[in-house]
Design a protein around this ligand. Structure first.
Ligand code: ADP
Length: 499
């Protein structure tokens, strides 16, 4: 893969030291250490970033605590807070091109996709959440207080910010995941220490600059780049963090819960998936085929909600698989900064090894690759779109989350209990897709699937107003929508004796 032309403005920005945001200032790590960030399309080093660890997390948590307990943020009205959060969204849109370039270079995704999806949705998350700042309401309750006969009380329930929040995010949508986490925490009046993924720290660091420009007071948002086992673990177990919000793998989710359990911090988790995508026999294949292609191959399959298990009615199985393979053949693979590229590399050597090991295991267990099936090798971490057939439910490629451009496809007889049982036969429950013309049938299936998001005749439709999160081992709590506010609020019941 040739080196793409990196815009001059991005080169200038990258050439400046990449520090940690603590208490409103950009600072080097206490240890003085930095780590390399790579362009996944070439493997070349694009930046050196300060490597935060426990000492930096301690400083950031102290700053966040101070900002939460005193200072301008603690005194700010919801209206002022909302306006600042809205301004962050505006600044993201003003810097859309630049942010999309950074994302393409750091994560590998095509710049056009980063601009249309990641950047647009990140800005919208701040815009949408800014409106909630003035709409978080409590309750007045007429209580009966049976154990206090003859007395009268007035009770209210006051929502309050949970406090200092530790947020840990992954590398697949670096800017968007930062937005999903930061926007609701700020809306509710919390303060934050955000630990970004070591593979892709750059767009969140640029976002940190925009957050300061928007007028967020010092210490309210602290951003630490660093590794999971050091900075991440220190944050998840920090005694002065009130709540941990995590997005990432189910395995690390378990470690987060263990770390947070020592002092019973509040925890919300958005974890892995192995989502079923069902094509019924009456589906409009002109929609379902491209839809199923995007469901798995969007973002190179590096989506927790990817439609990675395809179930197709047996009467149209061959036609659909062939159709998806044809669509896959049209996907142009290349550097995310090059025009016309549809699919970039996987994010890292680690992910490349992981996905290609899954491909080898599929082959060993008897699955057949209709297209793709092997990593491209050479420079960069490219794996082509792959469809595996002749699978069975016991295979590793069918059971486990691959987090790469690998679809497993199986035929079904009738949309009966067996299909539902098979679709639900997973430890995960994040998303599902259903394609069909009979509205009653698609609804009935939707009602029986155990997943947090169901898309009928569409896929990957995200909106800041819609809750997103998982059943089963896909997580705890919801991101986005009104629902996410609960992650960051305590409910205080205040009772006054009035007679
Ligand atoms: P992925 O599988 O998508 O790489 P991970 O779950 O490994 O996702 O990582 C998601 C985030 O969790 C990253 O920011 C990573 O640094 C962090 N992380 C990894 N291990 C730990 C850990 N033991 N404690 C806290 N955070 C961790």
């Amino acid at each position: 893969m040739r080196t793409a032309v990196v815009p001059q403005a991005i080169r200038d920005w990258l050439s400046k030291p990449k520090a940690l945001l603590i208490d409103g200032k950009w600072v080097a790590a206490q240890s003085g250490k930095t780590f390399e960030v790579h362009d996944p399309a070439t493997g070349e080093v694009i930046a050196h970033v300060a490597e935060g660890d426990k000492a930096d997390i301690d400083l950031a948590v102290k700053a966040a605590r101070r900002a939460f307990e005193s200072g301008p943020w603690a005194r700010m009205t919801p209206s002022e807070r909302g306006r600042i959060i809205h301004r962050i969204g505006d600044l993201i849109l003003q810097h859309a091109d630049e942010l999309a370039s950074i994302e393409a270079l750091d994560n590998g995704k095509p710049k056009a996709v980063a601009k249309a999806a990641d950047v647009t949705l990140a800005a919208d998350m701040f815009h949408y959440m800014s409106g909630w700042a003035t709409k978080i309401e409590g309750k007045y309750i007429n209580i009966s207080a049976l154990a206090a006969p003859g007395m009268q009380f007035a009770s209210m329930v006051r929502p309050e910010p949970v406090g200092v929040v530790g947020q840990i995010i992954p590398w697949n949508f670096p800017l968007l995941m930062a937005a999903w986490k930061l926007a609701p925490a700020l809306t509710t009046g919390c303060t934050v220490v955000l630990k970004v993924a070591e593979e892709t720290p750059l767009s969140a660091l640029r976002l940190g600059e925009l957050i300061l420009e928007a007028g967020v007071p010092a210490g309210v948002v602290n951003i630490i780049a660093g590794f999971g086992e050091t900075a991440g673990a220190a944050l998840a177990g920090h005694p002065d963090v009130d709540k941990v919000a995590f997005t990432g793998s189910t395995e690390v989710g378990r470690l987060i819960v263990q770390a947070a359990s020592r002092d019973l911090k509040k925890v919300s988790l958005e974890l892995g998936g192995k989502s079923p995508n069902i094509i019924l026999k009456d589906a409009d294949l002109s929609q379902a085929i491209p839809g199923a292609t995007a469901a798995i191959f969007f973002n190179h399959g590096q989506c927790c909600n990817a439609g990675s298990r395809l179930f197709v009615h047996k009467s149209i199985f061959e036609e659909v698989v062939e159709g998806i393979a044809k669509e896959a053949a049209k996907i142009k693979i290349g550097h995310g900064l090059d025009d016309g590229v549809d699919m970039g590399p996987l994010v890292s050597q680690v992910q490349y090894d992981r996905v290609t090991e899954f491909l080898a295991s599929g082959e060993q267990e008897g699955a057949r690759a209709v297209c793709g099936g092997k990593g491209l090798g050479g420079k960069g971490y490219f794996v082509p779109p792959t469809i595996l057939v002749d699978t069975n439910p016991g295979m590793k490629v069918v059971r486990e989350e691959i987090f790469g451009p690998v679809l497993v496809a199986a035929p079904f007889d009738d949309a009966d209990d067996t299909l539902i049982a098979e679709a639900n036969n997973t430890i995960y429950g994040l998303a599902a897709g259903i394609w069909g013309k009979d509205g009653g049938e698609t609804q009935r299936i939707a009602n029986r699937l155990k997943a947090g998001s169901i898309w009928i005749n569409c896929y990957h439709v995200f909106d800041a107003a819609l809750p997103f999160g998982g059943y089963k081992q896909s997580g705890w709590g919801r991101e986005m929508g009104q629902a996410v506010l609960a992650n960051y609020l305590e409910q205080k019941a205040i009772t006054t004796r009035i007679g």
